[in-house]
Design a protein around this ligand. Structure first.
Ligand SMILES: Cc1cc2nc3c(=O)[nH]c(=O)nc-3n(C[C@H](O)[C@H](O)[C@H](O)COP(=O)(O)OP(=O)(O)OC[C@H]3O[C@@H](n4cnc5c(N)ncnc54)[C@H](O)[C@@H]3O)c2cc1C
Length: 380
């Protein structure tokens, strides 16, 4: 299947590429080193419309479609994977879920400013004892008049510290997926605090934190969707989120391939450029094949979603393949750089670390394979 991108999609891709090269690439290594949150870059991305790409025009968004969004996200990831993961969770999961399930008041209060980049969204599903199995969550939301009282801990939450709103999943009934509800929680609530801040291998400029809820009273009007609808909201958000992570993985791998081509043309051994050695030429050819195969899966998943079809299997396939591809390609990029690839001065060292998480978050690749098999064979 050949993808012919529209003029508008190509224009958005170009705009993202130029922004990423000018604004993100020069700062990415330093932000990785200092763990500095890319607040000023996100502000500029908001002004350019990159934080409301999937939001309808009615709420101030770009309504650019999932394909254009995926293209833009890959370009951002090519320069800075930390910024890209913040963009992905914000657009795919948070804006998408609020637009789909939010009330008019919630959309005005949260979606409109989020689309303009006024604040960033976070999504809190994982808990210390509930990772791949989110139905094991123990965070509770107990109704008390026109409030819910929330108690529990959420773990590994991207933008949990620096984001302005959190989609929190908590138990409103004791058992099963229908006992889970979603809430829009903000840092001004008493009883809500940020716990430990993780020191990570990669994507270091994005914050990953524990969120602590201790008798936190949340107005019932902050429930997203209806009571018991939280698991459905989370799973549909993750379908979209996985296309985001697939696009991000593709961007990191493309950057690693580009760097490898550049380096192999300049580095000389045995009196000739590395790019002249057949062993390395074949590595570059394999890397390019892998990147292109992933690109087709990613664009396919984005197109399926954009057409309003069920994208669960396509999104999981794209996420699973693109993330594993990104690990292969970033590893090969280090090999092509020899010892220099292992040194922080060269960007492939960061690409390798940044790619490592992509097979784990938003559902590990073992879970993606379960999702794909369930779509093909039915649940066991
Ligand atoms: C940097 C980072 C950012 C993150 N951001 C967010 C976020 O914004 N929001 C959020 O809610 N979560 C987030 N997460 C959490 C992430 O989604 C989880 O870490 C992930 O889902 C895996 O859960 P776990 O770490 O508890 O691993 P576990 O579930 O304990 O899994 C451990 C291993 O067992 C395997 N496994 C588990 N069950 C099965 C099975 N049934 N069959 C086969 N293998 C299985 C897994 O694949 C894995 O290899 C983030 C994590 C990190 C590290």
């Amino acid at each position: 299947m050949a993808f012919e991108l529209t003029k508008e999609q190509l224009m958005i891709q170009k705009m993202a590429r130029e922004f990423a090269a000018k604004e993100l690439a020069p700062l990415a290594a330093e932000r990785d080193r200092t763990h500095e949150y890319p607040a000023d870059s996100l502000k500029k991305m908001g002004d350019l419309g990159f934080l409301g790409m999937l939001v309808s025009e009615k709420y101030g968004g770009e309504n650019a479609g999932t394909v254009a969004y995926s293209l833009a996200l890959s370009e951002i990831a090519c320069a800075c994977a930390s910024t890209a993961v913040i963009m992905s969770v914000h657009n795919s999961i948070c804006c998408g879920s609020i637009e789909k399930y939010g009330t008019e008041e919630q959309k005005e209060e949260f979606l409109r400013p989020m689309a303009a980049g006024a604040f960033i969204g976070a999504f809190a599903l994982t808990e210390p004892e509930a990772g791949s199995d989110p139905q094991a969550m123990t965070c509770t939301a107990v109704r008390d008049g026109d409030h819910y009282i929330i108690n529990g801990t959420k773990r590994f939450i991207t933008s949990g510290k620096n984001g302005g709103v959190v989609i929190l999943l908590a138990r409103t009934a004791e058992k099963g997926s229908r006992g889970i509800s979603a809430f829009l929680v903000t840092h001004d609530f008493a009883g809500f605090s940020v716990g430990r801040i993780e020191d990570k291998m990669g994507q270091c400029a994005s914050d990953t934190v524990d969120l602590l809820f201790n008798d936190c009273r949340v107005p019932a009007s902050r429930m997203l969707g209806s009571e018991g609808e939280g698991f459905k909201i989370a799973m549909s958000g993750l379908d979209a989120g996985r296309i985001g992570i697939a696009s991000l993985s593709l961007g990191i791998a493309q950057a690693a391939l580009d760097e490898s081509i550049r380096y192999s043309r300049n580095r000389k051994q045995f009196g000739q450029n590395l790019s002249g050695f057949q062993g390395l030429r074949w590595m570059i050819a394999d890397m390019a094949m892998d990147v292109e195969a992933a690109r087709l899966l990613v664009l396919n998943a984005a197109a399926v979603k954009e057409h309003g079809e069920n994208c669960t299997a396509a999104a999981s396939m794209a996420k699973c393949y693109a993330s594993e591809m990104a690990q292969r390609v970033t590893g090969q990029a280090i090999q092509i750089h020899g010892g220099y690839g292992y040194i922080k001065e060269y960007p492939v060292e960061r690409f390798y670390r940044d790619a490592r998480i992509t097979t784990i978050y938003e559902g590990t690749n073992q879970i993606q394979r379960i999702v794909i098999a369930n779509e093909l064979l039915g649940r066991q």
